[in-house]
Design a protein around this ligand. Structure first.
Ligand code: 13P
Ligand code: SF4
Length: 318
């Protein structure tokens, strides 16, 4: 590897982009990043996508090392699909409120209390919860996955109650919901969004289905991060109120520089809404993790074996 200038004297090169690209080549590594990552990480990644796209990409990579610029449940998914490859996550504290509030022991009791139900679980959950599920889904394919279950078969849907309610409406199925939510999407302020709409009557409202129902009722389009991005590319509208984590706006602005994107405000007084877990990853941590090949994401072999079944079912149905 080249010697990069380190003017801070802390072992961190000034040109992090060049240093990371160098390490990536040297180690045959691939960087997979979610749309909620900071812009610099998105610009550096080999692939940027929503949860489904990232899982599909992880399933087909032949890199020796996968660096996941995302959160724990995404890196675990990559590990389940690639048990023999090294999967790195720049910060192991990058959790998710949905996964964290669905512990596997409680979830197992919930499943046992509903015998004969098909267990459909949103990928935003731990590897242990995946192992207790029949089929996984993301917000991109949830409707399709639910519709693949025979009509007379009752369904448990976990862990996001807002996505669950949206899916009940979309599919007409009576889902038994786990009481979980995303701390980011739950924080959007309905009144402020209505005021923002009044200030920009020409703008279309696009929202992620992890938002509560009152917010989704304001939306012109509802979908996963990839779906929202595709929508703004195709729409004739010139401006949009974006009701999801504000990281996605970077790709929207790159794809449609002539259009305007207004981040929807949360209740906490900030002007945009960021996921504190996603934003734990930084360029510096990404560099260190690729250089030192740690922190590494590991999942017990027995969990991998069981979690792979519902994960493969999802990928086959997608
Ligand atoms: P998607 O990118 O699959 O829409 O998921 C959003 C999300 O909250 C990921 O944590
Ligand atoms: Fe989890 Fe919400 Fe953050 Fe996505 S945005 S990682 S669902 S807390």
């Amino acid at each position: 590897m080249k010697n990069y200038t380190d003017s801070g004297g802390m072992g961190i090169p000034d040109d992090l982009v060049a240093a990371i690209n160098d390490l990536k080549q040297q180690k045959n590594a691939v960087i997979l990043a979610h749309y909620y990552q900071e812009s610099e990480i998105q610009d550096l990644a080999d692939y940027i996508g929503d949860s489904l796209g990232l899982a599909q990409e992880a399933a087909k990579t032949d890199a020796d090392i996968i660096v996941f610029a995302g959160v724990v449940f995404m890196a675990e998914t990559a590990k389940i699909l690639n048990p023999s490859r090294k999967v790195l996550l720049p910060d192991l504290d990058a959790g998710c409120s949905l996964a964290d509030n669905c512990p596997s022991d409680k979830f197992s009791q919930f499943v046992q209390a509903h015998p004969d139900h098909t267990v459909i679980t949103y990928v935003n959950c731990s590897a242990e919860v995946k192992a207790l599920s029949d089929i996984l889904c993301t917000s991109s394919n949830a409707v399709k996955i639910i519709n693949s279950v025979p009509k007379d078969k009752p369904i448990i849907f976990a862990p996001d109650k807002h996505l669950g309610r949206y899916l009940i409406k979309e599919t007409g199925r009576d889902l038994v919901l786990w009481d979980g939510s995303c701390i980011v999407h739950e924080q959007f302020d309905h009144k402020k969004i209505v005021r923002l709409k009044a200030r920009h009557p020409e703008a279309e409202v696009i929202a992620h289905p992890e938002c509560p129902e009152s917010i989704l009722n304001e939306a012109d389009h509802i979908g996963s991060t990839s779906s929202l991005l595709n929508y703004v590319k195709k729409s004739d509208a010139k401006s949009f109120i974006v009701v999801t984590e504000s990281g996605i706006i970077h790709q929207m602005e790159k794809a449609c520089p002539e259009k305007t994107f207004h981040p929807a405000p949360p209740e906490n007084g900030c002007s945009c809404n960021e996921c504190p877990f996603m934003k734990l990853n930084t360029m510096e941590k990404l560099y260190r993790c690729l250089r030192d090949e740690t922190p590494e994401m590991n999942v017990p072999a027995e969990i991998i074996e069981r979690a792979l079944i519902p994960l493969k079912r999802m990928l086959e149905l997608s």
